[in-house]
Design a protein around this ligand. Structure first.
Ligand code: F6R
Length: 613
């Protein structure tokens, strides 16, 4: 989730790059760097000072010689390689002439690096990105200009990228390219810019253009031209941007919550990228627990709070079903104080978006003190959870600003389900063909989430119709239960309406007494295996006067008999359904909250990161 900026033809290159990086700092703050290029000379500065990286870079740039008209800059969110200066971008080739910055993941970097090293290239970082500099160097050596050299390099890489490359032997040119990771080009008189996000260049450029997947752009002071990977010319779509800086930071949306809900397909794809080796084995580069240690696991305990706790509950179903391991899920603040039993072979997984939630950190510490092996699932690199745990898997959802967690939930479920499949692979509780099908299915969830997001208007219309309702029960069975809990949490925290999540089968053990006309029951009804039972539960609440809203799959024809309103979502493998179904519930909560005039990004009484007990 790094930030990228570039400029050609500027008289104030350093300050353009630094002010852009300051605005991009939220995308990643492990380290920051710039490279300035002019004929025959590349000047580079990189700093890895955590949240102070850009400030440190500003001081380092005081040493920059004057007169550079072109350069590139980067703020890093580490995926491969520790957050250290040697891994900070820009990376250089062996000659020191080619400089690159990259956001994304090069999936086949290991084999590419082996080949490059065999041909004499020397690597100076532990990143997946550096291969790009050396691949471009080789293509330049074959006489290709920078544009063709970048196209040539991209012909052999797999993965996601927004990249920019410069070469001191062809200065005043930046070549940029995109696949999955965002990239925009900006123009002004005699100066051309590129950035991962509009805010970085908002006050400098006067026109903005979107780069699409698999397009390569050559930027010069006089403007730009774009081609596809085969070299055929393409036209970039001009963006109609009349945003102020605040709107720009929200990606043009009214609030961060909308931006983050819409970012979920990308969050999923980024979290799942580069998690499989060529032999099919599932891998987590950052997970420093050996296969033998994972094989020896006898019991899994997940600890988390709030939305992360709901993602952990989904993982219980997946780990038990696929890896046949006994799983317990605990609210982090309860685990710590209840004298938990930690036997040999207990794997404790702490789940936290921020990686700073005090309850989760303390629970993880307690588990470690009692001898458990601890894995963290965190979104923020180098957060306390990442440091306290023996090993960490990063969800790569990007910064979440809105207090209500949205994209973190889907990214956490994806990471945890992939870990469940890794455990199944090591324990041989699923056949390789089943694992293969499930990993592929997981990879397709992003597209289903996109489809669910496409139904925003229908969901909003329903929320507005129910605006006066004050009591909501969210019901589900199997993984529909944690999804229901998450739907209820979203609604209560941003709309301030009373909402409870229950396992549908539990309702008749007490809460049914609360059902009366005016109460809305929202059912997560996408699991067809348990459909009949859920339909009976809904008939029970309908008979007592509740208004029934069901989240159901497109092909479900039976649901209309019990539901007053149906929110349709695409069907998927049941274990993946929380990532799709939750979208309808997030959109519902959002539309209710907006309809009621709430501040969705900053709900009353709540904080994004809870560091008090
Ligand atoms: C709900 C929400 C909170 C967090 C909880 C844990 O929308 O945001 O419930 O999920 O405070 O936070 P992390 O995941 O940072 O540990």
């Amino acid at each position: 989730m790094c930030g990228i900026i570039g400029v050609v033809g500027d008289t104030d290159t350093v300050s353009t790059l630094l002010s852009g990086l300051e605005r991009l700092e939220y995308r990643g703050y492990d380290s920051a760097g710039v490279a300035l290029v002019r004929p025959g000379e590349t000047w580079r500065a990189r700093c890895a000072d955590g949240t102070e990286s850009v400030a440190a870079l500003r001081r380092a740039c005081d040493e920059a010689p004057a007169g550079f008209r072109s350069g590139i800059g980067h703020t890093r969110w580490a995926t491969h390689g520790a957050p250290e200066a040697i891994n900070a971008h820009p990376h250089l080739d062996c000659s020191g002439h080619v400089a690159i910055i990259h956001n994304g993941i090069i999936e086949n970097h290991t084999e590419l690096q082996e080949g490059l090293e065999a041909r004499g290239h020397v690597f100076t970082s532990v990143t997946d990105s550096e291969v790009l500099a050396h691949l471009i160097e080789e293509a330049r050596g074959r006489g290709l200009d920078l544009l063709d050299a970048v196209r040539d390099a991209l012909g052999v890489v797999r993965g996601a990228f927004a990249l920019a490359a410069m070469d001191a032997t062809e200065s005043d040119v930046i070549v940029a390219a995109r696949r999955i990771s965002p990239l925009v080009v900006g123009t002004a008189a005699g100066v051309t810019y590129l950035a991962s996000d509009v805010p970085a260049i908002l006050d400098r450029a006067s026109a903005f253009y979107a780069v699409n997947d698999d397009e390569v752009v050559r930027l010069g002071p006089e403007g730009f031209r774009a081609v596809d990977l085969e070299g055929a010319p393409v036209r970039l779509r001009q963006l109609a941007i009349d945003w102020d800086l605040e709107t720009a930071e929200k990606g043009g949306h009214d609030d961060f919550m909308t931006k983050e809900i819409l970012e979920q397909p990308d969050a999923l794809r980024a979290t799942l990228l580069d998690r499989r080796r060529p032999d099919g084995s599932i891998t987590f580069d950052e997970l420093r627990v050996s296969d033998d240690e994972l094989r020896a696991v006898k019991r899994v305990v997940l600890v988390a709070a709030g939305t992360s706790h709901h993602a952990a509950l989904v993982a219980k179903y997946a780990i038990e079903r696929w890896a046949r391991l006994s799983v317990e899920v605990d609210i982090a603040s309860e685990y710590r104080y209840r004298d938990p039993v930690v036997e040999v072979g207990t794997l404790v997984i702490g789940v936290s978006q921020s990686g700073e939630t005090i309850d989760t950190i303390q629970a993880v510490r307690e588990a470690k003190r009692r001898g458990a092996r601890v894995v963290g699932i965190a979104n923020i690199v180098d957060s306390s959870l990442a440091r306290e745990a023996d090993a960490v898997i990063y969800t790569r959802a990007g910064l979440e600003v809105s207090v209500a967690s949205t994209k973190s939930f889907v990214a956490q479920v994806a990471a945890l389900e992939l870990l469940a499949l890794r455990l199944a692979q090591l324990r041989q509780t699923l056949a390789e063909s089943e694992i293969d099908a499930l990993v592929r299915g997981l990879g397709a969830v992003g597209t289903l989430v996109e489809k669910a997001l496409g139904r925003r208007d229908e969901v909003a219309a329903l929320a507005l119709a129910l605006l006066d309702a004050r009591d909501f029960f969210f019901l589900g069975r199997h993984v529909g239960f944690p999804t229901a809990l998450e739907g209820a949490l979203k609604l209560k925290e941003i709309s301030y309406r009373h909402a409870e999540g229950y396992p549908a089968g539990e309702l008749k053990h007490g809460p049914l007494a609360l059902i009366e006309p005016g109460v809305v029951v929202v059912a997560v009804a996408t699991d067809l295996a348990l459909h009949e039972k859920l339909l009976s539960n809904l008939a029970e609440v309908k008979a007592r006067g509740a208004t029934v809203v069901a989240v159901a799959t497109d092909d479900d024809e039976t649901i209309d008999s019990v539901a007053d309103y149906v929110l349709r979502v695409p069907a998927t493998e049941p274990m993946f359904s929380p990532m799709v179904d939750v979208v309808a519930l997030q959109l519902f909560a959002y539309a209710m909250a907006r309809g009621l005039g709430r501040n969705v990004d900053r709900p009353r009484n709540l904080a994004k990161t809870v560091t008090v007990e």
